[in-house]
Design a protein. Structure first.
Lengths: 73, 141
């Protein structure tokens, strides 16, 4: 799971320059959260679920952005 | 994203967690008649549970996308770029609060996380964990 989150973090960071300020803020928050909890085995389950929650929120933000972009076309 | 959407996502994540931890037990059921009347939609199975004195129903609904020729002509250029052909089938995941007769009282908005919830519910209802344990157990013996 740690490896997957590291991969996820790299993808998120690459997205930072391609999105607006609002989306960037949610992404930065998630990247920071992942970075603060690199060693998940030492963390309580709540931490992992909190990362998952933030990840789902970012997914929703990006989904909405994608819908808006399609509409703009 | 509005705070209302965030709240819905938080609720869905909680449902996923409690499903995975076995605190919520979902039962697979035949779809009610109200979900099978329309020939342009199909539902194979629904999952139901009782949660905090409410009844919840979760299912994937397939629906036929066949806009009329007028609507199709206005979006033709965009459809050609995307390679969209009509008619075609699409699907969405529905999470509803129902009454004791199975009538829909409220449908959750379609947000991220519903796909993960359905995956967790299917995993639980199909007894995948026990099945994998059995397979691994057989291998060890």
């Amino acid at each position: 799971m740690e490896a997957e989150l590291a991969q996820c973090s790299a993808v998120l960071e690459s997205l930072l320059n391609k999105v607006g300020r609002n989306e960037g803020r949610s992404i930065s928050k998630l990247v920071q959260l992942i970075s603060d909890n690199k060693n998940l085995t030492d963390q309580p389950k709540d931490v992992v679920w909190n990362i998952f929650k933030e990840l789902t929120r970012v997914r929703e933000t990006l989904r909405n952005l994608q819908k808006d972009k399609q509409w703009e076309k | 994203m509005t705070s209302e959407t965030e709240k819905v996502i938080d609720a869905i994540v909680k449902l996923i967690r409690e499903t995975q931890e076995g605190k919520i037990i979902w039962s697979p059921k035949e779809p009610p008649a109200s979900l099978t009347l329309d020939a342009n939609t199909s539902v194979d199975i629904v999952y139901e549970t009782a949660y905090k004195k409410r009844s919840l129903r979760l299912y994937e609904e397939n629906y036929l996308v066949d806009p009329g020729w007028l609507e199709r002509s206005t979006t033709r250029a965009f459809d050609e770029i995307l390679g969209t052909k009509y008619p075609h089938w699409a699907s969405h995941i529905m999470l509803e609060i129902t009454d004791d007769k199975g009538k829909t009282l409220w449908t959750f908005p379609e947000v991220s996380g519903l796909d993960d919830l359905l995956e967790s519910v299917e995993y639980q209802a199909a007894g995948v964990k026990a099945f994998l344990d059995e397979i691994v157990g057989d291998k060890a013996s």
